[in-house]
Design a protein around this ligand. Structure first.
Ligand SMILES: [Zn+2]
Length: 89
């Protein structure tokens, strides 16, 4: 009987392991979005310029307003949650 109890506690549940792993990844991503909220703009690749197809002229990137950086998706979610929380209280 004692061996059954010991084996029952040491079996690794696949669903439980998956849940813990996904929770760790989500918390880690949220923490990294909290510490480093900006990412490189994907449209201009961080240059902030929108190149003209002719010559050397350029305009500012409309997506990042010439910054070359955009808020990451996780940080947008954090900001939206914070806004909901601030409105409710
Ligand atoms: Zn851009």
């Amino acid at each position: 009987m004692a061996t059954l109890a010991a084996t029952a506690t040491h079996t690794i549940n696949a669903a439980g392991f998956l849940f813990v792993a996904l929770t760790l990844v989500t918390v880690g991503y949220g923490l990294s979005c909290w510490l480093w909220p900006f990412g490189t703009c994907r449209r201009c690749k961080g240059s902030g310029k929108r190149r003209s197809p002719f010559g050397r002229s350029f305009a500012l990137c409309r997506r990042c307003d010439g910054d070359g950086r955009c808020l990451r998706v996780g940080r947008r979610i954090i900001n939206a949650l914070r806004e909901i929380h601030d409105k409710s209280s």
